[in-house]
Design a protein around this ligand. Sequence first.
Ligand code: PEP
Length: 250
Amino acid sequence: MRKALIAGNWKMHTTVVEACQLAADVAKTCSDYTDREVLLAPPYTVLSEVSHVINNTSIIIGSQNICWEGKGAFTGEISPVMVKDAGGSAAIVGHSERRHIFMETNELINRRVKGALAFGLMTILCIGETLDERDAEKTFVILEEQVRKGLADVDGADMDKIVIAYEPVWAIGTGKTASKEQAQEAHAFIRELIEQLYEKNIAEQTRILYGGSVKPGNVDELMAQTDIDGALVGGAALDADSFGRIINFE
Ligand code: PEP
């Protein structure tokens, strides 16, 4: 049985005061779950403060990106050691905004994945096709390439720390959500691919999140799909009531 994971990506939003308030408000919406986990990925500048706010809860903290080295001359990057020091235990890697605005390649993303794993972080590898790729019927080719290259040289023994987030680029921040059928089809494809790359057991245990305009109004039907194990939420994660409703999906 895979535990659901609801992750909130705050992107480049929140000052210290706003972040602490939002984290405290989100914490109020959470109960002692046995079937789901909640993760917050605030900006680096507030990781520490948010960690303190959620200290006595089961909420997990993660960073929105990660470098592969513990320290060094990597201007503008954040290391797994720093994330852990700030109270984090997870990292998002390969978000579509990193891929498409900052031109991160599958190879670079793979270095980040391996770096995060080397330091024991839960690693959320984001993948997803653009609208042009979907229209050209290349969705599965792109997903396969992103999974294969993103997980290159990742050992099966580390797969319990890997979470895949399927986020169709055309659905991120646009208000357009993949239909439950489109999402399920992609998730089933990804799970099958993981089975090919590793083994059935690993594929069955790997959590695959859906991301792309997840809202209180669509979370229940998405979460009812066999291969959807959670959500990576952007916009709606900045509102504690909306995110609380998403966390408490039925
Ligand atoms: C995201 O940033 O990962 C995301 C899915 O954003 P939104 O929920 O706003 O579409």
